[in-house]
Design a protein around this ligand. Structure first.
Ligand code: URA
Length: 211
């Protein structure tokens, strides 16, 4: 029997989802896009006008700025997964409501599980709130932390820098530092892989000695 690839199956479910009222204004859902085995997931807030038209994340003004920030960090869009905490456009681009976030969270959780990224970059406070509770984005932006088995880097939302010019230097600086944070995360993960190998090697003689 043909088994659908999990991300495609999720995208199909999202496209017909009616779990919250956001589906009422949906032209196209925006499940997110990128390689199924991406090392890095960028998670934004929710589709805006252009995303709702095209069904793709970050294709409007904030997306253009995100492309610029990614290029500055030497990250190509093709290499990373990009999505949102809510997959249908909130009317007038208002903030997503707690019940909308909760309804859509099962999809995001399933996407994270399927992709299993080692690094998650959150864009904006709603995405940050899923991983870092009780923090103010103005205090923690650009600071990488370990959340369970993954590294999480909270960033300002690119649209925030477009609406508040005073935030632009901070978001530029945070993305300029992204290559260094990626290097640190990869080094830390490399270390834990080596540790696992050592642990496994140490286990072998014990197993063998049973015979
Ligand atoms: N803003 C977001 O948070 N996500 C998008 O996909 C577009 C704009």
């Amino acid at each position: 029997m043909f088994v659908k690839e999990p991300l495609a199956a999720l995208a199909e479910k999202i496209s017909v989802c009616t779990k919250c009222p956001l589906h009422e204004g949906r032209k196209k859902s925006v499940p997110g896009e990128g390689p199924a085995n991406a090392e890095i997931m960028f998670i934004g807030e929710g589709p805006g006008f252009h995303e709702n038209e095209q069904g793709r994340p970050f294709v409007g003004a904030a997306g253009k700025f995100l492309d610029q920030l990614l290029a500055q960090a030497g990250v190509t869009r093709e290499d990373v997964w990009i999505g949102n905490v809510v997959k249908c456009r909130p009317p007038g681009n208002r903030d997503p409501l707690p019940e909308e976030l909760a309804a859509c969270d099962t999809y995001l959780e399933a996407q994270i599980k399927a992709i299993n990224p080692s690094i998650i970059v959150t864009l904006g406070r709603f995405s940050m709130g899923k991983f870092v509770s009780g923090a103010k984005i103005s205090a923690v932006h650009g600071q990488m932390r370990k959340v369970d088995d993954r590294f999480v880097i909270p960033m300002f939302h690119p649209a925030a820098a477009l609406h508040q010019a005073a935030l632009k230097p901070a978001i530029l600086a945070d993305f300029a530092n992204l290559p260094e944070l990626l290097k640190q995360a990869r080094a830390a993960q490399g270390k834990s892989v080596r540790e696992e190998e050592i642990l496994k090697q140490n286990e072998k003689p014990k197993q063998l000695s049973l015979f």
